[in-house]
Write a protein that binds this ligand. Structure first.
Ligand code: C2E
Ligand code: MG
Ligand code: MG
Ligand code: MG
Length: 284
């Protein structure tokens, strides 16, 4: 009986794996045409200063509407695009689209774009960024690239070389999802990041979990010591914002201020005089 059970479970297990592998292959293949077929679009989420809550910029977040399966989240398809290498082309489209879009915004607002480790390790990334800035006309100081530590840990020398060349263009670099990696302190020490983004998991748990709250405070203290501005992700409640005010956090982003939204409603939602000028300019 054991044999039969074993046989069945092996069989079942393999069918499950097969199914998953087939799904990934299909998604990888569909991703090759997703940009050309206009299935991709960007949403933008506000980033605000904690002290006076003025808008400082927007983070571009990628969305994919699959023709058969509907919306697939970036956490689900980006790993597949990274594995196939397609993220390089998709990422270039994201960068170009975000820079183009940002040209319609008030000129004091930044656009933050997520960069995959795979993109960072392509030797021509600095040239690609330079070309996109030239083509779109976006001033380099208005672009911020968000990177996670994974890229830096696996290929430290190459990653840091690439980041230095990007910073030399005048583009700023933020460390994303801080606190979830393995050698955060070493990485911070090796490269002059312009911003630290505390991972949203710490903020989300900060009301119920003393340790998460302590980590938020510790990262803010670290940022102060190293003179690196800190942005907190995932701010959903006023209580979480109060903690950030009290601890001197520089910027915040989260559902409390706004969910990721499409570009048109974003222009309606803007709240500065220059945004109204930009809006009437965009209509012309
Ligand atoms: P991320 O860069 O850390 O982006 C923040 C994520 O948190 C976004 O999820 C955002 O929608 C979500 N978020 C923002 N505020 C809140 C909040 O108050 N509460 C909660 N619970 N969540 C909040 P999203 O859009 O699903 O993106 C997930 C991840 O996918 C991103 O994490 C980023 O790593 C990756 N990603 C998104 N767009 C791109 C892209 O264009 N290129 C690359 N390489 N990665 C991308
Ligand atoms: Mg990000
Ligand atoms: Mg993040
Ligand atoms: Mg993330």
């Amino acid at each position: 009986r054991a044999k039969v059970t074993l046989g069945q479970s092996v069989c079942f297990y393999e069918a499950g794996m097969d199914e998953k592998a087939r799904w990934r292959r299909q998604i990888a293949s569909d991703l090759r045409f997703a940009v050309e077929r206009n299935e991709m679009h960007l949403l933008y989420q506000e980033q605000r200063s904690v002290l006076d809550q003025t808008l400082t910029g927007y983070e571009a977040l990628l969305r994919w509407t699959h023709p058969l399966h509907g919306n697939i989240g970036p956490d689900d398809f980006i790993p597949i695009a990274e594995e196939s290498g397609e993220i390089v082309r998709i990422g270039e489209w994201v960068l170009r689209t975000a820079c183009l879009e940002a040209m319609h915004w008030p000129s004091d607002l930044k656009v933050a774009v997520n960069l995959s480790p795979v993109q960072l390790l392509k030797p021509d990334l600095p040239e690609v960024v330079t070309q996109i800035l030239l083509d779109t006309g976006l001033p380099p100081r208005r672009l911020e690239l968000e990177i996670t530590e994974t890229a830096i840990i696996t290929e430290k020398v190459r990653a840091l070389h690439s980041l230095r060349r990007i910073k030399a263009l005048g583009v700023s670099v933020a460390m994303d999802d801080f606190g979830t990696g393995y050698s955060s302190l070493d990485t911070l020490h090796s490269f002059p990041f312009d911003k630290i983004k505390i991972d949203k998991s710490f903020l989300l748990q900060s009301e119920t979990n003393d340790q998460s709250r302590a980590i938020v405070k510790a990262v803010l203290a670290l940022g102060r010591t190293l003179s690196i501005p800190v942005l907190a992700e995932g701010v959903e409640t006023k209580m979480q914002l109060a903690l950030l005010v009290e601890e001197g956090c520089n910027e915040a982003q989260g559902y409390l201020f706004g969910r990721p939204a499409s570009a048109p409603s974003l222009q309606q939602g803007s709240d500065t005089a220059s945004s109204r000028r930009a809006k009437s300019a965009a209509k012309r």
